[in-house]
Design a protein around this ligand. Structure first.
Ligand SMILES: Nc1ncnc2c1ncn2[C@@H]1O[C@H](COP(=O)(O)OP(=O)(O)OP(=O)(O)O)[C@@H](O)[C@H]1O
Ligand SMILES: [Mg+2]
Length: 242
């Protein structure tokens, strides 16, 4: 589970308050979608949750471990897919995955089996000997997802993970997210695709101007806007008043 308490962050001295007093829990056994307009603060929030950015105020706990007090302990608990897959380009696919596995202390046998099964699911068996610099955008996205999941983390945190994936890979990742939540663990991911949120998420958090403007199930959201026909119409209505 993820617990976010009183988290705020301003970039620069006089910059924008990118996130403003966020408070929420991401429960185990559920898929939680993170939705909001461009610049709403989703990536900033995910970077704070994963310890990449320090909040100005507030705290984050991953499975009860405080990020500020025990960053390594907290970081062991999750796998994170960042919004841009263009890193580690000089490494071959297999080298990148072995590097990720070694950071998390995954033993060799488990590592080989995990790489095999992930490569099969994402149709990447024939690309593992090639450098990431030669990969297409979608292939880079796939290898980042594979690297994030190699240590079988309890908590999955994914920033727009489906962007650029082909239908088969997107299907596989959504299936994996469902399986992961069904096994009692947590998935928290941002998306702009409301249909994905509608089909996949048990609950959503909607953020605008760095503040949570809705948290709950989509049925609860629909009940608040009985006159709107689609989730898209509800979303537009909600951010208009935020
Ligand atoms: N490195 C940075 N320096 C200064 N301002 C930043 C930085 N990163 C983000 N911001 C600002 O913080 C706010 C939130 O940005 P953030 O990237 O968290 O939004 P987002 O919800 O992820 O948007 P998108 O849907 O476009 O990915 C925006 O106003 C943005 O301009
Ligand atoms: Mg973002």
């Amino acid at each position: 589970m993820i617990r976010v308490q009183g988290v705020s962050k301003t970039y620069g001295k006089k910059g924008v308050r990118a996130v403003d007093n966020l408070n929420f829990d991401i429960a185990d056994g559920k898929i939680t979608g993170f939705i909001g307009p461009n610049g709403a603060g989703k990536t900033t929030t995910l970077k704070i949750i994963t310890g990449i950015l320090e909040p100005d105020e507030g705290s984050v706990q991953i499975d009860g471990i405080d990020m500020a007090k025990d960053p390594i302990g907290a970081k062991r608990r999750f796998g994170f897919v960042a919004d841009s897959p263009d890193s580690f380009l000089r490494l071959k696919g297999i080298e990148y995955l072995q590097f990720c596995a070694s950071i998390y202390g995954v033993d060799t046998a488990a590592q080989q089996e995990k790489i095999r099964s992930l490569a099969e699911r994402f149709d990447m068996q024939n690309a593992l000997q090639d450098r990431l610099s030669t990969y297409s955008h979608g292939m880079r996205q796939k290898i980042m997802v594979m690297g994030a999941l190699i240590h079988d983390p309890n908590v999955w945190i994914l920033d727009e993970p489906l962007t650029g994936l082909d239908p088969k890979a997107a299907f596989e990742l959504k299936e994996m997210m469902r399986e992961h939540a069904a096994s009692g663990k947590s998935v928290f991911f941002s998306t702009h695709v409301l249909e994905v949120a509608e089909k996949l998420c048990d609950q959503v958090i909607i953020i605008d101007h760095g503040r949570v403007i809705f948290l709950g199930t989509l049925d609860m959201l629909r009940a608040q806007f009985p006159n709107e026909e689609s989730l898209e119409a509800i979303f537009l209505e909600l951010i208009k008043h935020a």
